[in-house]
Design a protein around this ligand. Structure first.
Ligand SMILES: Cc1ncc(COP(=O)(O)O)c(C=O)c1O
Ligand SMILES: N[C@@H](CCOP(=O)(O)O)C(=O)O
Length: 462
């Protein structure tokens, strides 16, 4: 299996090198040169399998010979051993025909653990085999950072630097990043928003001297392995509702477009996905774009679903690549325009995107009202990101096709908003109950590439 860049001007790589490389050297994102197919029988054969067995079958064709079957199977088992729920990604019925896919039973209580726990295992194995070390730098609006820290803390061949927007993550998210005492973990509170964090991260990748000197690696969803691991729960949940005989829809609370893009890959592999709906909060650039208003950056407005406070959705580039029939030059041109504010999507590409993705948006008031109504109607307490999804799913679903809304985080990560909406304070699981008492370690830093690079150079291997 080979991987190619969305901008068409970087070396083709195998799975392991793609994973360790992160961003392609032409600034693009890696995608598989061909998408492996799962036929009806392959999908039907997933019924009744464990999550781990499903993960093995869905991901195996993408991995090529980077890992043997036995190694890959063992690393998958290790990745999900620490999850709190035997099903890993259980489904709950919210209303007739509307289901919640609970993706928050991992160590840091968000869907990011599904991919991060696995790539933690894959990185360790690959680096030990190669005798190499890397410097992971991640940008986070709250959840990727804590999941990455949890997956890589204490490892001898990895340093982890996480940039989060100062004052724009929830207290639980911040503490999850700032309380681990491991010497290889560095939480950096950047003066800016998530888009600034992600832009500086990409600047570091595009500075080859720095990139090569520190052996930079990325675990954001720029990393194909992140997207791949998220494809699995589309299969496991659809099969448990009757796929391949019955199509299902998915509504995905969306920010950086990684999770919904994983759903698109599942569909391209052969899963019968009916509607695939992008649900945004008030930072609704994707919803506006899919409605024909172009992709133009505006001011990011802090919301009660802070993990989705994003204007430059990194993985949208992957969707654009497919919407332009794999024309890397066209994608590179659009990304140049984005650097100076935004771009208009051509009519043909827009039609292709709209065939694949529906969209909707939830305002702050609608998000709060959905948390309250969901508790009242179903007894489920949901986080604000999930509430954005539930609200949009209710508008977009098409009975009798079942709709699955991805529940992307545990409500206890966002207690203030959940309590304001519902009057109920969501407690943290007992294993984290002392989170508010643990001491924090964080460095405040300017939104300045030079300052960040100096900090990282000075702390690698420290
Ligand atoms: C809780 C939560 N929900 C939804 C999202 C949006 O996911 P994506 O960035 O893959 O679109 C994020 C951030 O990624 C998140 O942390
Ligand atoms: N919402 C994310 C933003 C980064 O997304 P990623 O999937 O590209 O890592 C977060 O919580 O950090």
């Amino acid at each position: 299996m080979k991987y190619i860049s969305t901008r068409g001007n970087a070396p083709e790589l195998g799975f392991e090198d793609t994973m360790l490389t992160g961003l392609a050297r032409d600034g693009g994102l890696y995608v598989p040169a061909g998408i492996p197919q799962m036929g009806r029988d392959d999908i039907a054969a997933l019924a009744g399998l464990s999550y781990e067995d499903t993960a093995f079958r869905v991901m195996r064709p993408f991995v090529g010979d980077s890992f043997s079957d036995a190694e890959f199977r063992d690393l998958i088992e290790r990745a999900y051993a620490g999850f709190d729920h035997a099903a890993r990604a259980p489904l709950k019925q919210l209303a007739p025909g509307h289901f919640l896919l609970e993706l928050f039973h991992g160590p840091t209580l968000a869907f990011k653990d599904f991919a991060m726990q696995l790539i933690g295992q894959l990185f360790q194995h690959a680096l030990a085999r190669r005798g190499e070390r890397v410097t992971i730098v991640g940008a986070t609006s709250g959840d990727t950072g804590s999941a990455a820290i949890e997956a890589f803390r204490g490892l001898p061949n990895v340093d982890v630097f996480i940039l989060f927007p100062h004052g724009r993550v929830s207290e639980v998210q911040r503490r999850q990043m700032t309380t681990p005492a491991d010497a290889n973990v560095h939480a950096l509170a950047l003066d800016g928003d998530f888009d600034d964090c992600q832009a500086r991260l990409k600047d570091m990748f595009n500075d080859f001297a720095f990139r090569d000197a520190v052996k930079l690696a990325g675990v954001n969803s720029i990393n194909w392995a992140r997207v791949l691991a998220q494809v699995v729960y589309y299969f496991s949940s659809a099969v448990s509702l009757g796929a391949p005989d019955r199509p299902v829809g998915f509504t995905v609370p969306t920010g950086n477009f990684g999770d919904v893009f994983a759903g698109y890959i599942a569909r391209r592999m052969g899963l019968p996905v009916d509607r695939l709906v992008v649900a945004t909060n008030q930072n609704d650039i994707l919803h506006r774009c899919l409605n024909g208003q172009g992709y133009f950056k505006g001011e990011t407005r802090p919301s009660i679903s802070p993990s989705m406070d994003i204007q430059v959705s990194s993985n949208f580039e992957r969707a654009l690549f497919y919407a332009h029939d794999g024309d890397g030059r066209a994608v590179a041109a659009l990304m140049d325009e984005l650097a100076s504010g935004g771009f208009t999507v051509s009519q043909g590409a827009l039609e292709t995107l709209r065939e694949q993705f529906g969209s909707g948006r939830a305002s702050e008031a609608e998000t709060l009202a959905t948390i309250a109504a969901t508790l009242e109607n179903s007894g489920e307490l949901i986080c604000p990101h999930t509430a954005v999804g539930v609200k949009v799913a209710e508008e977009m679903r098409d009975p009798p096709v079942p709709m699955i809304t991805l529940a992307t985080a545990h409500p206890a990560k966002f207690p203030a908003a959940v309590e304001e909406a519902s009057g109920v304070f969501p407690p943290l699981p007992p294993r984290m109950s002392d989170l508010y008492e643990r001491s924090e370690r964080v460095t405040r830093i300017a939104n300045d590439l030079g300052d960040l690079q100096d900090f990282i150079r000075g702390h690698v291997g420290a």
